[in-house]
Design a protein around this ligand. Sequence first.
Ligand code: CND
Ligand code: ZN
Length: 357
Amino acid sequence: MKAAVLWERRAPLVIEDLDLADPAPGEARVRIVASGVCHSDLHHIQRESWVAPPFVPGHEAAGVVEAVGEGVTRVRPGDRVVSAFGVRCGECFFCQRGQPYLCATPYPTHVRLRRGDQAVTPLLNVGSFAERANLDARNLVVLPDDMPLEPAALIACGVTTGIGAVITTARVEPGASVAVIGLGGVGLNVVQGAVLAGAARIIAVDLVPYKLELAREFGATHLIDAREGDPVERVKQLTGGWGADYAFEVIGNPATIAQAYEATRKGGVAVVVGVAPEEATVAINAVGMMRTGKTLVGCNYGSVRPAIDFPRYVDLYRHGRIKLDELISRRFALDEANEAFAAMERGEVARGVIVFE
Ligand code: CND
Ligand code: ZN
């Protein structure tokens, strides 16, 4: 089975022929049809991270179930599915509290993929830059027959994280002002989440003119090119001098996280969506935190509950209330995976998607 493998941090991905084990108890073997290209994969490729190579990237996938392991009742062969990433055991302190995105159960360690004697890790418990993957059945959500798999794949991360940040994490209310810093596959979904929430002012910030244009198409009302000066001052100018009710950082950079906090008005909410480097810290004036009464909140996976929220996003798409096809700027074959990341780094795509025959 063909898969893209990272053997060494910062090296190019290599297409390999891997052996895939039979699905273990609780797993389903899924033939991957589409896998979105998310910056989180690139962080694991480029930065020191908690996942050691070799691994197969890809955590934004949809496909068709081919076989199921012992005890799997959620899905059957032939089901078309989208997969969440990570682990949601349903049993731990956090899952019991209805916060499965914080699940405390460790990732499984049994070997699903190998090349010869070498075990290869599926990134984030998915590893969908591969023709097939054994996926934790608890992560799978069955799709209706009329839901195409390419847009469905995006629900697995970018859509859920971005829209979830607005709707589930921050609970933006109608009429609010929202600033979004970083307009990639995730940030554009923050923009369309703000539209869904009824935000009145949606201020989109990026360094790339094409991203600003995309943000307008997704519903941004004001655009800020951050190359032209401090975006914090511009956000304040557009919000009566106070700052936005809500500001979202969707890059993963301590400097822009601080910008999001500064661009939030007194009493407002700044949301950290971007994944910063492991050791990074953010400098925020301490007494200002008290005086301004702002909330600084982290958004892990859009605070999502896949079984509840994925079908909602499918329905919103089917009723024309959210854009998914428009997020797919370019399709790549698996052996173009390196080029797919390069296109993302050059700012040329909203989302790239790896598609399989
Ligand atoms: P992508 O690379 O598509 O977008 C990032 C955007 O930020 C690009 O449009 C850049 O031009 C823009 N940008 C970079 N630097 C600046 C700057 N200084 N000022 C303004 N704009 C800038 O990435 P993505 O949308 O796939 O992912 C964005 C982040 O979200 C990334 O850190 C990823 O790891 C993270 C994320 C978080 C979660 C979660 O659960 N919270 C889930 N998935 C991805
Ligand atoms: Zn992602």
